[in-house]
Every structure is written in C-alpha cells, then in structure tokens.
Design a protein. Structure first.
Length: 182
C-alpha cells in the first residue's frame, strides 16, 4: 500500500482521484478499511476452524485445510495482510497487530475450554495462542504464493504449517509452566 500512489489506486478502482477522497481522506484510511475487511474474513475463518476443533476434537490437518481454503478463496485480502504486516504505514501495521492480538486473545479463551489444555494456566495459554497466531501470520506469504518449483511433500507450505503447529501443540501438551523469571 505504501508504494502505491493515490492516482494508481483511483485508476485501478475506475474512479478519478477526487472520487477517492469522497470515501477516504488518505491512503492510511484506505489501508485501515482494508484491515477491517480482512479482519472480518480472518475471524470468519477462525470461527470455522474453532468449530472444527470443538466438534472433531482438534484435528490439526482438517483445521489447516479449512484455513487454507479460505485463504485461497480470499487471496487478495490475505496477500494484503501478509504484505502490510511488516511494511506499509505505521497505522496499518498497528491495526494488523491489534487484529493479531484480538485473534490470539480469542484463541486463548477457546483453548481454556478444551480439556487437553487444562494443565496450562492463563499465562501459558496466552503464550500458546500468541505462538500459533504468529506462526500462521508468518506463513501467509508462502501459503499465498507457494514456490513455482515442485517441492517434496514435507516442504510444501501446507505440510510445513501442519508440522509447525503439531510441534507447538506437542510442546504445549508437555509444558510444565512458564516458571519464574530469574
């Protein structure tokens, strides 16, 4: 978004630049509107994944498949999210960070309801949720634009995210606590 000019955006949208200003005061406002739109799509996808987790007992592969299907169906939105989370304007990066924190908080609350995580306290659940969400966000670019060359199955973006999440969940299953800072 930061590298686009107002004229490029207006031309792409098929409007004159003055028409752009009827809807947005500047490019940051457009970016924030896009983050809000992505937030809705992302949260809908997470709700479907959560429903799968609660109904089917947490099958990571199926949950990842649901998420990947939603990413594929909303490629432009997730591409925006992947690109702008580290670049673009500060206002947009902060909005994406807030989105990520909200998703992490929701996930921590959901994890607290699952019997397999009852051995974890609220702080550990928050760390677990944060790690899962940041792993998914960090993997978005690969999921959206996988390498053109054929990869061995275990190196495909889908296989890697499943394995990464399994590592996280296996570690959490055996976690003894955050301990005290020393």
């Amino acid at each position: 978004l930061g590298s686009l000019s107002l004229r490029e955006v207006a031309k792409s949208a098929g409007i004159v630049p003055t028409g752009f200003y009827r809807h947005f005061s500047d490019m940051d406002e457009l970016g924030l509107a896009l983050v809000y739109e992505v937030d809705e799509t992302f949260r809908q996808s997470i709700r479907l994944v959560r429903q799968n987790e609660f109904e089917l007992g947490g099958i990571t592969d199926a949950s990842v498949r649901i998420f990947l299907d939603i990413v594929a169906a909303n490629r432009a939105q997730f591409l925006f999210l992947a690109r702008e989370q580290y670049g673009g304007s500060q206002a947009v990066r902060q909005a994406i960070a807030t989105l990520r924190e909200g998703i992490s908080s929701d996930l921590a609350a959901d994890l607290a309801l699952m019997p397999r995580w009852h051995h974890l306290d609220a702080a550990a659940l928050a760390v677990l949720a944060d790690l899962v969400v940041k792993t998914v966000f960090a993997t978005l670019p690969e999921l959206i634009d996988p390498p053109a060359e054929p990869l061995e199955h275990h190196l495909t973006p889908e296989a890697k995210i499943i394995q990464q999440l399994r590592f996280i969940f296996i570690g959490a299953k055996h976690w003894q606590g955050l301990g005290t800072p020393g």
